[in-house]
Each structure stands twice: as structure tokens, then as C-alpha cells.
Design a protein around this ligand. Structure first.
Ligand code: NAP
Length: 305
């Protein structure tokens, strides 16, 4: 019997992973927030994945963090701001040498999680797959992409990568996961906050090229200073390419604000500004952007951290 995949968080990415692993015949257990969520989940009969306009229900067993079974492999699929508390809630269940896969966007939550569970191996992930919930326990697979996985402290790939291959989860093991996470963070900082402040789709930033270019220059300086020169390479060109390629889309941060959901600002722009402060780097446009965004969120009654 292969090692069960415990998936914490039955949201967009958690469902995308749990249903594909299940489809491949692998044992999966969903960890839900509390007894009330578990009952609601059981009443729904499972998780539904909607792909190519076809929906398929998967009756994956659910449990709460209070279940006694030891966890050997955990996919942490909550938002960055929930990650540390979520891991603390299952920490006593982790078997010695347990492996955690951290799907959180941005930077900062991975270190906070690793500090909570020093005996576990933490593998960070950076994904370009896209999914959204169109109802409770229902997720639409909206954008095919790729997931890079890596462990900054240990270059050896884990043995379960072939289970991802068998599940049709496109992935690659990388020894440069921090560079990937920094690059994605920089792209996010250059695009997402401005789409919120200008209330526009990504393509709307073509009207604000100077502002974008100034941010890219400051972000490149920051990446160099943080020992991530590869993540700084041609940043502005890639930002312009992403703005053009995704011109019709609203950024994830714009969607969060429109739908009055908490953003992951602290692990994106917040992390960048904090790193600049630690390196005593003065990046006035980035810092101003953070102030403007926090003010914008505050005025709308949304958390600004
Ligand atoms: P999401 O749809 O909001 O799902 C998060 C899930 O975590 C929710 O179901 C939430 O439960 C659950 N959760 C939070 N704390 C929990 C706890 N203590 N115990 C059990 N469950 C808990 O989020 P998402 O879109 O999948 O995003 C997850 C991460 O992936 C984020 O960092 C995001 O930036 C990143 N990401 C997402 C996408 C995407 O397309 N969605 C793409 C790339 C990267 P409730 O339902 O009870 O609130």
C-alpha cells in the first residue's frame, strides 16, 4: 500500500491535486478545518472537479485535524496567511521524517511553516496551474500549467515524483526553487497591485508603462541584493510579455479585492518591502506602492496585512 497523501485545504489547488491523485488510484485523505466543514463535505458526497465542461465527483475520505492517524506526506493547500496555523494544528500527527509540500504563493510562509515543524522535510512549490471554485466543494480547472518543486536545503528529489507523473500533474524538480519563487513574487509585485489601484485588467497596464518600468528596476535591484541575480534577468521584458499575454484577465489580487477576500499582500509586496528594509535598500516606488495598496484595502474594510 503506498503512503497516503494527506491534503490540507479543499479549496482550488487542494481539490485540483486531490482529485487527480485519487483518479490515479492513489490513497488521499482530505483534512478539513473543523467538524462543521467535515459534515458539510460529507453531505456533498465528495469533491467535484470540472474539466473541459465535464464534472466528476470524487468521494475522497475526509477528516479533521483531530483525527489520530499519523501523517507521512502532507500537501499544504491553504492560503499563505493560513499556512503556519494550519500546520500547527496537525504538527503532533506528523510522523518522524514526514514530508510537506507547500503550495503557497509568495515568500515568508514557507519559513514560518518550516520553523513550526523542524523534524519534517519541507518542499516548496511554485505553480502556474489555475483553478477556481464555482461552488462549495466544486473546482474548475481553468488553466493548464506546470508546478516546480524543490527543497532549498536538500537537492535530492523525493521518491513520490512518479506518483505525480502517474496522476498527470505536470511538474519538475528544481534545485533553484527559491529563484522560481522570487521571480514569481517579482512578477506579481510589478503587476497585481497596480491592477488593483488602477482597477483594470492586466492589459490596462499598457497605459502605465513608465510606472511598471520603474517598479521593475527597483525589483531587479532588490533581487540582486537578495542574492537572486537569475530572478532579476530581463524582468521588465517578462512583465511586459505577461501583461500582453494575459491582457484580458483580471489578476488574482484584483479578483480577491473585487470578491472582498483577503489578499496575500504580506507574502508578496510585503515580503519584498521587508527584504528591502533588512538590506537597507531604499526603493521609494515599491514602498509607495505598498502604502497605496494598504490604504486602498483599508478603505474597503479588507485586511491590509
Ligand atoms: P482557496 O481556494 O482559498 O483554498 C484554501 C483552502 O484552505 C480553503 O478551502 C480553506 O478552507 C482551507 N483552509 C485554510 N485553513 C485551513 C485549516 N486550518 N484546516 C483546513 N483547511 C484550511 O485557495 P487556493 O486558490 O487553492 O490557493 C492556495 C495557495 O495556492 C495560495 O497561496 C495561492 O496563491 C496559490 N495558488 C493558487 C492558484 C489558483 O489558481 N487557485 C494558482 C497558483 C497558486 P475553508 O474552505 O474552510 O475556508
Amino acid at each position: 500500500m503506498s503512503t497516503p497523501w494527506h491534503v490540507l485545504g479543499a479549496g482550488s489547488l487542494g481539490t485540483l491535486w486531490a482529485t487527480r491523485l485519487t483518479r490515479a488510484g492513489l490513497p488521499v485523505r482530505l483534512i478539513l478545518r473543523d467538524q462543521a466543514r467535515l459534515q458539510a463535505y460529507q453531505a456533498a458526497g465528495g469533491l467535484t472537479l470540472v474539466e473541459h465542461d465535464r464534472s466528476c465527483l470524487h468521494a475522497i475520505p475526509g477528516e479533521t485535524c483531530a483525527s489520530p492517524a499519523p501523517i507521512h506526506r502532507l500537501l499544504l493547500a491553504c492560503k499563505a496567511y493560513d499556512a503556519e496555523a494550519a500546520v500547527a494544528s496537525i504538527a503532533t500527527r506528523l510522523a518522524p521524517g514526514a514530508e510537506l509540500i507547500l503550495l503557497q504563493n509568495g515568500l515568508g510562509s514557507q519559513d514560518a511553516v518550516a520553523a513550526r515543524v523542524p523534524g519534517a522535510r519541507c518542499i516548496a512549490a511554485s505553480s502556474t496551474e489555475g483553478a477556481f471554485r464555482d461552488g462549495d466543494w466544486r473546482v474548475v480547472f481553468a488553466g493548464h500549467g506546470y508546478t516546480w518543486l524543490g527543497d532549498a536545503g536538500h537537492p535530492t528529489a523525493p521518491i513520490w515524483l512518479d506518483e505525480l507523473a502517474a496522476s498527470g500533474i505536470p511538474h519538475e524538480w528544481t534545485t533553484q526553487i527559491l529563484t522560481r519563487l522570487w521571480r514569481k513574487l517579482a512578477l506579481n509585485c510589478a503587476i497585481n497591485p497596480l491592477t488593483v489601484l488602477h482597477n483594470c485588467r492586466n492589459g490596462g497596464l499598457q497605459q502605465h508603462q513608465c510606472e511598471v518600468a520603474t517598479l521593475c528596476a527597483e525589483l531587479s535591484e532588490l533581487l540582486q541584493c537578495c542574492g537572486q541575480p537569475d530572478a532579476a534577468q530581463n524582468l521588465q521584458q517578462e512583465v511586459e510579455r505577461v501583461v500582453q499575454a494575459t491582457a484580458a484577465n483580471y489578476s488574482s489580487m484584483h479578483q480577491d479585492v473585487t470578491q472582498r477576500r483577503r489578499t496575500e499582500i504580506r507574502y508578496l509586496l510585503g515580503h519584498a518591502c521587508e527584504a528591502a528594509r533588512r538590506h537597507q535598500l531604499v526603493l521609494p516606488h515599491l514602498q509607495q506602492l505598498q502604502l497605496r495598496l494598504k490604504e486602498h484595502l483599508h478603505l474597503r474594510g479588507l485586511p491590509s496585512d
